[in-house]
Design a protein around this ligand. Structure first.
Ligand code: NI
Length: 138
């Protein structure tokens, strides 16, 4: 890690108070780590927007009794190699399955895959959690 840079920040009293309340809510023990995380979050959001390579997770909840659903989901996953780097299937109950896909690729390709899976009939809920590969962040 390169050397530390220290700088002061001027905030009006109300914003400073809101920031301190945020620290308490989020469990930060100091302002520096909170500011570092805010900066990182903005940099990661930029990676998502500009089509950089990102990493993340797609979750799917579906009823596996739905006709043809498993075949469709499997076909889509095979069609989107190598974006999917790992898959975990959990049987939640007699009907429902939870599938967690670890993904890595260009943000638009990951988002397209998530949208395609979400649109399959029988998928009851789906989320995409976009994160970062960690490159370009310290
Ligand atoms: Ni299952």
């Amino acid at each position: 890690m390169a050397g530390l840079v220290r700088f002061g920040i001027s905030l009006d009293q109300e914003l400073s108070q809101q920031f301190d309340e945020l620290l308490v809510r989020k469990g930060y023990t100091n302002r520096s780590e909170a500011i570092r995380d805010l900066i990182r979050q903005d940099l990661v959001s930029r990676q998502w927007r500009d089509g950089s390579e990102i990493a993340g997770a797609i979750t799917l909840i579906y009823d596996h009794h739905q006709r043809e659903l498993l075949n469709k989901i499997t076909d889509i996953q095979h069609d989107h190699q190598p974006v999917i780097i790992s898959a975990q299937h959990v049987h939640l109950d007699h009907h429902h399955c939870l599938e967690i896909l670890a993904v890595k690729g260009k943000s638009q390709d990951v988002a397209k895959l998530a949208d395609t899976l979400k649109a399959v009939k029988g998928v009851k809920h789906s989320t995409l959690s976009m994160s970062t590969t960690g490159k370009g962040l310290s």
